[in-house]
Design a protein around this ligand. Structure first.
Ligand SMILES: Nc1nc2c(ncn2[C@@H]2O[C@H](COP(=O)(O)OP(=O)(O)OP(=O)(O)O)[C@@H](O)[C@H]2O)c(=O)[nH]1
Length: 318
């Protein structure tokens, strides 16, 4: 199969590296042309201006012009990294427009006697068109970057299967609330009962859909401010910022009943719940998670489909 590279790719910017690179020879030719333009400017300053009796520009303005030339080169290099050829072309048009206006206008006007529309106006139009294309391109780039950032944020914080917060995101949020002066936190952890049997009986894909249904059923009636996430496997957690263990027990009980009454891809399923709230001086999420896990273990031992709470002083009740 012959794979031809399109001349003007309109696909996303970052998918295929180096797509927008100008061919090497063209790049060097352009660079040479722009450098020649700069040399012509220098020659103009040194020889032609005095001949025409025009004032010699100050060394400062010559320096600034070289600076602009250098910035232009850097911008061209940066734009080339964006892998999108039209940016490079539009930037070259801007550069050419500036070059014409800054250095060659007098030559075109006075030495070659070109008409105004071709020299001054032509340079301005070229520059404006280039800037317009560049602005359009940058707007498009900004939109794509925003999309990519959102996607990256989703990948970093969401669980792919259920769309809930993933473990890392839960940890980040919890850690913020557990800090001294934070809102305080109660953690509800739950684990689907006999989930292995679901996989064994109906297959892994039904198991996956069951996990999604559990997320939907438990998530549907959570109080405002609560965050539901998946810790991994068939284990989930609910963060209740600024709430105590008793509130956690009530939330867990309500969600347990809602889950047991609902229907999933595997029919009716239940879950066991463990609740722990932040103890005095407790700032580590792992410690809180460990205590909620102990409560969950108690709930499994007590026969499953129930809620157990471990109080900050390690008193346990189911
Ligand atoms: N379909 C599916 N199954 C998963 C996923 N992650 C973990 N599991 C399965 O979840 C099951 C967990 O089984 P166990 O840890 O034995 O627990 P259980 O069968 O739920 O029993 P109890 O927790 O004691 O009630 C295992 O069979 C895993 O393969 C997943 O993302 N999708």
């Amino acid at each position: 199969m012959i794979c031809q590279r399109p001349l003007f790719p309109i696909s996303p910017l970052f998918d295929e590296p180096r797509r927008g690179a100008l061919p090497r020879t063209l790049r060097w030719t352009l660079l040479g042309l722009v450098s020649l333009g700069q040399l012509a400017t220098l020659a103009w300053y040194l020889y032609t201006l005095p001949l025409l009796g025009k004032p010699f520009p100050s060394p400062l303005s010559a320096l600034a012009e070289s600076g602009i030339y250098l910035m232009g080169m850097m911008l061209l290099k940066a734009v080339q990294q964006l892998n999108f050829l039209p940016y490079t072309y539009s930037l070259l048009m801007v550069g050419l427009g500036f070059s014409l206006e800054a250095s060659l206008i007098d030559v075109l006007d006075e030495v070659l006697a070109m008409p105004f529309w071709l020299s001054t106006a032509g340079a301005s139009w070229l520059r404006m068109l280039g800037l317009f294309l560049l602005a359009l391109g940058l707007l498009r780039l900004a939109r794509q970057l925003r999309g990519q950032m959102n996607r990256l944020h989703e990948l970093a914080t969401l669980d792919e299967l259920t769309g809930l917060s993933n473990r890392r995101h839960l940890q980040t949020l919890a850690q913020r609330w557990l800090q001294p002066g934070g809102r305080g936190l109660t953690l509800v952890m739950f684990d689907i009962d006999y989930f292995k049997q679901v996989n064994d009986r109906f297959g892994h894909s039904v198991g996956d859909r069951t996990l999604q249904d559990v997320a939907r059923l438990v998530g549907a009636g959570l109080p405002p401010g609560a965050v539901l996430g998946r810790l991994g496997g068939e284990e989930f957690a609910i963060l209740l910022p600024g709430r105590d263990a008793d509130w956690g027990r009530q939330v867990a009980e309500a969600r347990r009943l809602a889950l047991a009454a609902g229907t999933t891809a595997a029919g009716s399923v239940t879950a066991s719940f463990g609740v722990a709230s932040q103890g005095p001086g407790e700032t580590a999420f792992d410690a809180l998670l460990h205590r909620a896990d102990e409560a969950l273990y108690d709930a499994k031992s007590a026969g499953r489909n129930c809620v157990c709470v471990v109080e900050p002083l390690s008193l346990r009740s189911c």
